[in-house]
Design a binder for this molecule. Structure first.
Ligand SMILES: Nc1ncnc2c1ncn2[C@@H]1O[C@H](COP(=O)(O)OP(=O)(O)OP(=O)(O)O)[C@@H](O)[C@H]1O
Ligand SMILES: [Mg+2]
Length: 402
């Protein structure tokens, strides 16, 4: 059995990753970097990954992953109206329960009155218009409701809604990293939520049961997961809970990333066996990890330092970066995909910068980290040991200055 290594000591058993995971942490605590590290290692192990690029900082993975596909909900990712169904269309349009009821009625009218093509948003309007004029529908759809649906649709005119349906089989190619370009669609949280729910529905309905596998068929990482759940109608939440429960046996591992655990409904949180809780008080890139041992028992390796992803640390040539910018349609050199890399303190640069107490402590931390020892847990449980290391660090610093 192999592990998805988070660092050289701690990993998540690959065959248990489909028990789903949570990646939590305030902004800037290293969630995205952790996601990139996991993605690189999953791709190395032949596992396909779907991830959402909420802030434009995930494209950097193209430096190290070989098969990367960019999915843009305004270009090459679509969902036709019929395939989405009444509830997801209503979610995408951000309709109230009463307005959603009107859309449900229109869809059922379609079922009773013979096949009406229902692919684009225009088709939806024609249908609603027809139902409004039909006496058997009893005037259930008011002009005001129709107006709201028209208005909301206008905002989604260029988006994935009403376009040719994306084939989720494309996500399943071994080692493929599919990146959903999320910056624009997230400005319309209801549409983003509907898109994620649609992709999950499609995966759920298309994939056969496979039972336990040595590694997942797909790891589906949902960043800004709170947007998916916000104001979700009870029936949709119930459906999502069911999908989360059952998609496991179809070999799909879900990873929910968000700022706080409370962003994720308890019934879904309880189904996540692995938890990486980042926090400012632990330090950047140092989550508190709870996971499962290979035999399925719960275990907590404590606060660990997750390896930085290679795509953030390995130097790359100018031609590679130019090629990446060109793929992104970014021409300004200043708008490079690569976020600044904040380095951990190293012995040499700390010594060079002066001899304050803070620097000495940093050197102690750097030495402990070099030894692979988790400084935060040591501080709390072995104060004497920490003091001894502090002394060594001071001696070391003095010798560097000589
Ligand atoms: N292990 C690490 N060591 C040092 N710096 C790190 C580490 N992990 C991430 N960083 C740096 O910390 C900064 C924030 O990281 P990141 O973007 O992953 O945080 P985030 O939790 O995703 O934030 P947000 O919620 O705003 O998206 C980045 O500049 C990143 O390069
Ligand atoms: Mg992030």
């Amino acid at each position: 059995m192999t592990d998805l290594k988070l660092n050289n000591r701690v990993g998540i058993p690959l065959h248990l990753l489909n028990r789903h995971a949570l990646i939590l942490g305030e902004t800037g605590t290293g969630k995205s970097s952790t996601i990139l590290t996991m993605t690189e290692r999953l791709a190395d192990a032949g596992v396909p990954v779907f991830l959402v690029d909420a802030k434009g900082d995930m494209g950097i993975i193209r430096r190290t992953a070989i098969d990367v596909s960019l999915l843009d909900p305004y270009r090459n990712l679509g969902a036709n109206v019929g395939a989405m169904g009444a509830s997801l269309i209503s979610r995408a349009l951000g309709l109230s329960p009463a307005q959603s009821g009107a859309v449900e009625l229109a869809f059922s009218f379609d079922r009773f009155s013979g096949p009406v093509p229902l692919a684009t948003l225009d088709d939806l309007h024609k249908l609603i218009h027809k139902v409004r004029l039909d006496e058997s529908a009893g005037g259930f759809i008011t002009a005001a409701t129709h107006g709201v649906i028209m208005r909301q649709s206008l905002q989604l005119r260029d988006s994935f809604v009403g376009k040719a349906t994306f084939d989720v089989a494309e996500l399943l190619e071994p080692s493929r990293v599919s990146i959903l370009k999320g910056d624009r669609i997230m400005m319309q949280p209801c549409a983003y939520s509907a898109l994620i729910l649609f992709l999950l529905e499609q995966l759920y309905s298309r994939l056969p049961e496979v039972g336990d596998q040595p590694k997942p068929r797909l790891v589906f990482i949902i960043d800004e997961a709170h947007l998916v759940f916000r104001d979700l109608a009870p029936a949709m939440l119930q459906r999502l809970e069911q999908i989360v429960r059952l998609i496991r046996s179809k070999g799909v591992a879900l990873v929910f990333a968000s700022q706080a655990a409370t962003d994720i409904p308890g019934t879904i949180r309880d189904q996540c066996a692995h938890k990486l809780a980042h926090a400012n008080r632990y330090g950047v890139g140092r989550p508190l990890v709870e996971t499962l041992a290979p035999d399925g028992r719960w275990r907590s390796p404590g606060i660990i330092r997750v390896d930085r992803p290679r795509c953030q640390t390995e130097p790359h040539s100018e031609p590679v970066d130019i090629a990446l910018r060109a793929l992104d349609g970014v021409s300004e050199p200043g708008a490079l995909l690569v976020p600044p890399i904040r380095e951990r303190p190293s012995c040499a640069n700390v010594a060079a910068s002066g001899g304050t107490i803070e620097n000495v402590l940093s050197v102690a931390m750097a030495i402990l980290t070099l030894w692979g020892i988790n400084t935060l847990t040591i501080d709390v449980s072995f104060p004497t040991f920490a003091l001894a290391i502090f002394g060594i660090a001071m001696l070391f610093l003095r010798s560097l200055r000589k």
